[in-house]
Design a protein around this ligand. Structure first.
Ligand code: ASP
Length: 337
């Protein structure tokens, strides 16, 4: 079989291509949530977030440059954002109705279609590490609550006192949401519940393999053990041989549209360009149901899409050209740090 035949066969049967159209050049895209409220952004907040995004994208990209797999880049970048109090993941996670922090995360390897996910943990410092451990060290894909924490302990994953996750800003957001709720404001109007600060990453490594991951504290004032899209493979996170996606937004709508998987199936089966597929799901299907948010998507050819329909989406990326970009608002799609 010559190379052309092999490529055709690979395309037809979904086999992963070892060398992507980005010619072995790695690509990394990260987000820190699509819940940007422009009027609330101070120059200091902007600077802090841009610095954190820069640190995360550089750390993840260093993994790719040294020949490590996409999974390592995703894990490293998300770890930085989880440790940074500016984002709704790990330290700085939003509060539940009962004043707790309950964390969700997931990761997927596009090359093997292996996945790991964790929901509703309260003491795991870096939920993305636990998601990865579930993928690699257990027979399961998803674990929740106390069981997940017991597994984390057995794996030697760092556990912290729940107070570690607390920040005053998130606590005040909960107080505001509770007051709005008391005043009888309809859920759709509860803007404080929608500070989507979830973090995520999608990466393409030198082998042409993709991976995706997402980590979040969920939505402010969530109750009854509510789980959003972020830890659900196919909804908030998905990766296969051609496409990797991490979403951020009103999770219920990402669950109902199986958003991340829907984008990738448009690419895989309908052969839609990545940007078109992401645009359809994020800016048409989700808003049609009443939801909002954004996503980052990466193709095995190095193509990138970052649609959102909120004021902004914290994001950074390094494409096949090796140039670093950091952006928040829609009118600065091409900004550099
Ligand atoms: N998608 C997340 C959730 O619904 C929230 C976010 O993106 O910030 O849990």
């Amino acid at each position: 079989m010559n190379r052309l035949h092999w490529l055709c066969a690979a395309a037809l049967f979904g086999t992963s291509l070892n060398v992507s159209a980005s010619e072995g050049k790695p690509v990394l895209v990260i987000h820190g949530g699509a819940g940007v409220v422009r009027s609330e952004m101070t120059p200091k907040a902007e600077a802090d977030v841009r610095a954190a995004l820069l640190k995360a994208v550089n750390k993840g990209y260093a993994e790719l440059k040294s020949g490590k797999p996409a999974l390592d880049a995703v894990t490293a970048a998300i770890g930085v954002l989880e440790d940074d109090p500016n984002f709704n993941a790990g330290k700085g996670a939003v509060f539940t109705h009962d004043g707790k922090n309950e964390l969700d995360a997931s990761i997927m390897d596009g090359h093997t279609l292996k996945a790991g996910a964790v929901a509703g943990v309260r003491t795991v410092r870096n939920p993305i590490l636990l998601a990865r451990s579930i993928m690699e060290k257990s027979e399961h894909v998803m674990m929740a609550g106390a069981g997940a924490e017991a597994f984390a302990k057995a794996q030697g994953i760092v556990l912290v006192d729940p107070a570690y996750f607390r920040t005053e800003k998130r606590w005040q957001q909960l107080q505001k949401a509770l007051a709005e709720e008391k005043a009888g404001q309809a859920h759709a109007d509860l803007e404080t519940a929608k500070h989507f600060g979830t973090v995520g990453a999608v990466a393409l490594d030198k082998e042409g393999h993709l991976a995706a991951g997402t980590s979040t504290g969920g939505m402010t004032n969530k109750r009854f053990g509510r789980i959003g899209d972020s830890p659900v493979i196919g909804a908030g996170t998905y990766a296969d041989a051609r496409c990797a996606v991490s979403g951020t937004g009103w999770g219920e709508f990402y669950l109902r549209t199986v958003a991340a998987h829907s984008i990738c199936m448009r690419v895989d089966l309908l052969r839609q360009p990545l940007a078109e597929a992401a645009e359809q799901v994020i800016n048409k299907d989700i808003p049609a149901l009443g939801g909002d948010g954004g996503a980052i998507a990466l193709g095995a050819d190095g193509s990138i899409a970052m649609p959102f329909n909120t004021d902004g989406m914290f994001r950074a990326w390094i494409g096949a050209d090796g140039i670093i970009h950091v952006a928040i608002y829609s009118d600065e799609k091409e900004s550099t740090p």
